[in-house]
Design a protein around this ligand. Structure first.
Ligand SMILES: Cc1cc2nc3c(=O)[nH]c(=O)nc-3n(C[C@H](O)[C@H](O)[C@H](O)COP(=O)(O)O)c2cc1C
Length: 370
């Protein structure tokens, strides 16, 4: 489903015009607490997030189970964003150490590792995963799920910057209190686990901005320059994207999955595991229909054991890597409705950054009358 987007069309038109005026030399301070420069023909954006992680653009690739391998993390790093290896996709700490070493052969830019602390069928050996991160010389860690406080002293002592992913103002403040360097705020629209408060980013991000002192990125529903500029306007200092990065050339997922994202519209996600207070946003398929049927049937008596074969990570791997689209539930954001192509990571990030400059300098500044 390829749709003509009026704003992007006008962006492309503006871009052609901007090309004609490319000699414009000035480094123009913007009115958003953000500064842009011209560098190799690309716009550079400096925020506290780019400074914190030593990256060119304020774009983070969110943790993606069974997708966040070295191929994707290094592609994002090489394109100027912060790529993340999904720690727990690696079956053991030794495997994570090898994946970090493999990523180093693919990029000389900074990249990070995510550690997700969620209820799982088998508790991973987190301290050993942290050993692999520290010994691998990784300087950025994204934590997600439960409170990472007990692991922070070791990470901080190793000079690692920690960004914690959360879904509410209170959890963002708690992350700040325990010493996290930044927060990634996931709104209700996000793929994966949006929490139980159901507050979308249009409200959540400015509320977080009102309270938080450390920098944060907006996550959930981010797909393009419009998302980035909106997130900046709402107080964030960058964005994190999950679903959008799945539909890129380098994402190591089955082609059928990428095309399913291009085909999907914004009404095709569902919330599962609500009654278990472990809500997950997923793309609808036969497995999801069955989960929802069981949840309806068993109501409050439902347990994880009732749906385990349909939600286990190993099953979602069948979808993502083998293209068995009905095998299990798999995380997907409403933003699928904004995905119309399968670019390379570099094409995607370059497009976001150049369109963002056009949006800010052209569309927004052009609306000012004084
Ligand atoms: C296929 C897929 C797998 C994901 N796996 C994880 C995970 O293992 N841990 C986690 O905390 N978040 C996970 N997420 C959530 C993302 O890191 C990110 O927060 C979310 O995708 C942002 O919303 P968006 O999809 O609208 O960009 C996953 C998302 C997707 C699409």
């Amino acid at each position: 489903m390829v749709m003509a987007d009026p704003i992007l069309c006008s962006l492309q038109h503006n871009r052609a015009e901007a090309g004609a005026a490319a000699v414009k030399p000035a480094v123009k301070p913007l009115k958003l607490g953000v500064h842009t420069n011209k560098h190799n023909g690309q716009s550079i954006m400096k925020t506290r997030i780019t400074e914190l992680f030593g990256i060119k653009y304020p774009i983070i690739q969110g943790v993606i189970h069974y997708v966040g391998y070295a191929e994707l993390a290094s592609a994002v790093a090489n394109a100027g964003g912060l790529g993340l290896i999904t720690g727990l996709t690696q079956p053991t700490p030794e495997a994570l150490a090898k994946e970090i070493a493999r990523c180093r052969t693919m990029t000389d830019q900074p990249f990070g590792v995510n550690l997700t602390f969620l209820p799982s069928f088998k508790k991973p050996p987190y301290p050993e995963y942290i050993d692999a991160i520290i010994e691998g010389g990784v300087k950025a860690v994204e934590t997600a799920g439960r409170n990472p406080e007990v692991h922070l002293p070791r990470l901080k002592a190793a000079g690692i910057k920690v960004i914690h992913k959360c879904t509410s103002v209170r959890h963002a403040l708690e992350a700040e209190r325990i010493g996290c360097d930044a927060v990634s705020v996931d709104g209700f629209e996000c793929g994966g686990h949006p929490g139980e408060d159901d507050v979308p980013n249009m409200i959540l991000l400015p509320r977080v901005a009102e309270e938080l002192k450390i920098p944060f990125v907006g996550s959930g529903g981010m797909a393009d320059a419009r998302s980035l500029v909106a997130a900046l306007a709402l107080g964030a200092e960058g964005i994190s994207m999950g679903t959008r990065f799945v539909a890129t050339k380098e994402a190591p997922v089955h082609e059928t999955v990428k095309h399913a994202l291009v085909e999907a519209d914004l009404l095709q996600t569902r919330l599962i595991m609500r009654r278990l207070r472990n809500t997950e946003r997923v793309l609808t398929n036969q497995a999801v229909d069955e989960i929802l049927r069981l949840e309806e049937e068993k109501d409050e008596a439902i347990t994880i054991a009732d749906i385990r074969p349909l939600v286990a990570g190993t099953q979602s791997r069948k979808v993502l890597q083998d293209g068995e689209m009905d095998a299990a539930a798999w995380s997907c954001g409403m933003v699928a409705g904004l995905i119309h192509d399968i670019p390379t990571v570099k094409e995607l990030i370059d497009r976001i950054m150049s369109d963002a400059a056009l949006l800010i300098r052209g569309r927004l500044e052009g609306m000012l009358t004084a």
